[in-house]
Ligand binder design. Structure first.
Ligand code: PLP
Length: 359
């Protein structure tokens, strides 16, 4: 593997106080860059001071959206050590997204090394207040200058980092979600299983309508029958009816969430019944009306997001009295415990950074 060149900034910034952190607003001192050129492959891996790019106005990513990303976090434990959560899984998923977008594969070992090396350079930016973390955003964009639809012959892989605040500042907060029978996020055979820019553009209009109707997120139903659950907002959806936990199968229209996988693994560890099967909105509503439903979303940002209310065709259904369910809370506490190193990590999900705080 090619050595990563490191050019350190001469004007380091002051990281904001942990208490003031939000999400996605502040970035660290450095970024990782690596270029791809047809015939030459991926080359020139380097860490440089964080700075804007210059792109030609005809740069193809700006017109045709050949762009992918991933999102993971580093946590500072009470012991001061920095842990990366499920790094190899995120590296693999970045390459799966690349595959769907005709972007050349990046050696997964280089993806892991780019992230590990960058977090190490900027490790003073990993906050330590409980609930805070360092968000890591690996991204690939197509960089050839042309108008016309075909895969680019050149790409830029880059990684940026930003400290982020606690998602739940005072206890978990159940959200209200609206099942849309009008808007769809993705369809089977499309790009729903890739973390690609266009999927988020496709979600904006429906999300805005849900917000106008007083909901936090859209519960996306399948694009053909508008009947089966796909995802919620930018999270995977899970629910518990009686003693069965159900989540939609990886059918090509939904993203293979790594938190989804962590939750399924834990549930099976605990001897609970966890099914990956299609689930119709009518089944969910019947369970809600009978008071047999617990429901939550899973994703890196919130880890677990309890659902307290579901809207569908003009009706509102309160779930679990609008409160966080017991299993929802247990899943959240367990995963967060692993991330901060206060709970055992039997599956080896965390990777420790070499140096200690300030090292
Ligand atoms: C990122 C994402 C998820 C959650 O994936 P995690 O790996 O758990 O963070 C789910 N759905 C969509 C559409 C996403 O973009």
């Amino acid at each position: 593997m090619t050595q990563i060149a490191i050019d350190r900034t001469t004007t380091p910034k002051q990281p904001p106080a942990d208490e003031t952190l939000a999400f996605g607003k502040v970035f660290t001192d450095h970024m990782f860059l690596m270029d791809y050129q047809e015939g030459k492959g991926w080359h020139d891996p380097r860490i440089v001071p964080y700075a804007p790019f210059t792109l030609d106005p005809a740069c193809c990513v700006l017109h045709y959206g050949q762009a992918i990303f991933d999102g993971l976090k580093a946590f500072r434990g009470r012991d001061g050590r920095v842990r990366l959560f499920r790094l190899p899984d995120h590296a693999r998923r970045l390459n799966r997204s690349a595959h769907y977008l005709c972007i050349p594969e990046i050696d997964p070992a280089m993806v892991e090394e780019s992230i590990r090396a960058l977090v190490e350079v900027d490790q003073r930016w990993v906050p330590s207040l409980p609930g805070t973390s360092l968000y890591i955003r690996p991204t690939v964009i197509a960089t050839e200058t042309f108008l016309g639809v075909h895969p680019s012959s050149s790409y830029l892989y880059y990684v940026i980092l930003g400290p982020v605040g606690a998602y739940y500042k005072e206890g978990m907060n159940p959200v209200r979600i609206l099942a849309s029978d009008k808007h769809v996020r993705a369809v089977q055979g499309g790009l729903g299983a890739a973390k690609t820019a266009g999927n988020y553009a496709a979600s904006l209009f429906g999300a805005e309508e849900a917000q106008k109707a007083g909901y936090t997120q859209v519960l996306w139903l399948d694009g053909v029958e508008h009947r089966y659950l796909d995802e919620v907002g930018t999270m995977n959806i899970m629910l518990k009816i009686d003693d069965e936990v159900i989540t939609p199968p990886l059918n090509g229209a939904i993203l293979a969430g790594i938190t989804r996988d962590s939750v399924l693994t834990l549930l099976r560890d605990w001897g609970l019944r966890a099914s990956e099967r299609p689930i119709a909105i009518d089944e969910v509503i019947a369970a809600a009306q009978a008071g047999r439903l617990e429901m939550w979303g899973t994703g890196t940002a919130a880890v677990i997001s309890p659902v307290g209310e579901l809207g569908y065709k003009g009706e509102r259904y309160v779930i679990g009295g609008g409160k966080t369910g017991a299993l929802t809370q247990k899943l959240y506490d367990t995963i967060v415990g692993i991330q901060y190193g206060t709970a055992p990590d039997p599956h080896g999900w965390t990777r420790m950074l070499g140096n200690r705080l300030g090292g």
